[in-house]
Design a protein around this ligand. Structure first.
Ligand code: 2IP
Ligand code: CA
Length: 396
């Protein structure tokens, strides 16, 4: 309960930092790339994007350490707190005891821009408390906090965040724009690597035309000792009637698109976190990514949501190598879920040690994992199998 409240509250603060940077002209101007800028300015834009990420990540560490001291050192993310600005100065970004001290530190990163530093420090130091609904809170199982690790992606889909467009809808899915930005905080068992739960903040979920402002949504889950609690509405999957819809990156391998396109309609969207979220929301039945282009910090939080809804996230390559359909058991699916505690053993580069090597398949209902498995493993169009000892016939 304390953990969920801490992460929910923090995710709202992170959402507010993300919205403030877009809303405040002084900050926004640092973020937006203008054509024809000098190289120094372009590098400064890069600095500022990274600063927003680092600041959110370190603010989470600060927040978690205050609430649950033992957990602070187990907060991991893409960014390192050490930040080098355009002038080559090294600064360790951290949240200080007072707003003024934080502003002074940020000023160094921002090449002396005190106004921007003050604005950022003010939002970082604003207290935001979000509590889970009391009925759901009462159901949250007790989790041993000493065993936990946290993965954070402070701003997923940074490209769309910087572009800052309102977004284009393709059916009910945004193919691009600010709605593909998410803040992802997942927690896992440090000893088994199994995902336990997550908070996905969708800071630009709904645009209010009248006030020209964005409203966010936040989703959370816990799955521990077979107790599953989450705050998501369980809508029927969008595709039970006709051809099921899956989501992919527009840069997905063309052969994989063609193969899966035989049985599924495909929509394209930016943002790994957003694509995983729309699977959890039931807007599509699966997200397939055959490349190693996502990382543990992208998948941890939405994996938590999917698992609490009865689904999961497994390695794409597993579809090619795992057992025949009639040997895919519930236990096997449980065992092949992506784990979060160990880097890839055979990673060619340090930067790829936490990549989801071999791609991912995310699904909310096991039956769609099985359909995908069959499609990739066997080329036929109708299939019958015994799944978890219950016969199913899928033909579309
Ligand atoms: C990215 C971001 C990209 C995604 C990529 C992630 O994270 O979510 O959108 O690529 O896999 O690692 P795509 O949109 O093609 O799925 P970040 O924005 O944090 O770098
Ligand atoms: Ca990311």
């Amino acid at each position: 309960m304390e953990l969920i409240e801490t992460l929910l509250s923090f995710s709202e603060k992170a959402g507010e930092i993300a919205r403030t940077i877009r809303r405040e002209p002084k900050l926004f101007s640092l973020l937006v790339e203008e054509k024809g800028e000098e190289e120094k300015n372009q590098r400064f834009t890069q600095d500022f994007k990274t600063l927003a990420d680092v600041l959110i990540q370190e603010a989470l560490r600060h927040h978690v350490t205050q609430m649950i001291p033992s957990l602070g050192e187990h907060v991991h993310g893409e960014e390192s707190a050490e930040f080098t600005n355009t002038l080559g100065e090294r600064v360790i970004v951290q949240i200080c005891a007072t707003k003024e001290e934080t502003a002074t530190l940020l000023e160094k990163v921002l090449d002396g821009n005190r106004e921007a530093a003050d604005l950022l420090a003010a939002v970082v130091h604003t207290a935001i408390i979000v509590k889970p609904d009391s009925t759901l809170a009462a159901k949250i199982p007790k989790i041993p906090l000493d065993n936990l690790g946290i993965w954070i992606d402070p701003i997923d889909s940074t490209g769309e965040y910087v572009r800052g467009e309102i977004g284009k809808l393709s059916g009910s899915i945004y193919s691009s724009g600010l709605p593909s930005v998410t803040i992802l905080i997942g927690f896992y068992d440090r000893f088994t690597g199994e995902i336990i739960g997550g908070v996905v903040n969708h800071p630009f979920a709904v645009y209010d035309e009248e006030n020209q402002s964005w409203h966010g949504e936040v989703y959370w889950s816990v799955n521990y000792n077979d107790v599953k609690v989450h705050n998501m509405q369980i809508h029927k999957l969008a595709s039970d009637a006709t051809r099921p819809v899956i989501v992919m990156s527009s840069s997905e391998d063309v052969k994989v698109q063609e193969m899966l396109g035989k049985k599924f309609d495909i929509v394209y969207a930016s943002g790994a976190g957003y694509k995983l979220l729309v699977v959890a929301l039931g807007q599509v039945v699966a997200y397939v990514c055959s490349k190693s282009s996502t990382f543990r910090w992208d998948t941890a939080a939405p994996h938590g949501l999917l698992q609490a809804l009865g689904g999961g996230v497994v390695v794409y390559r597993q579809l090619l190598s795992s057992a025949e359909d009639n040997h895919v058991s519930e236990d096997m699916l449980k065992n092949i879920q992506i784990k979060y505690n160990k880097p890839n053993a055979d990673s060619p580069k340090a930067s790829l040690q936490w990549s989801n090597a071999g791609g991912i398949v995310a699904y909310r209902d096991n039956k769609y994992y099985l359909i995908l498995h069959h499609l990739v493993f066997h080329p036929s169009s109708t299939f019958c199998c015994f799944y978890f000892c219950k016969p199913f016939m899928y033909s579309f």
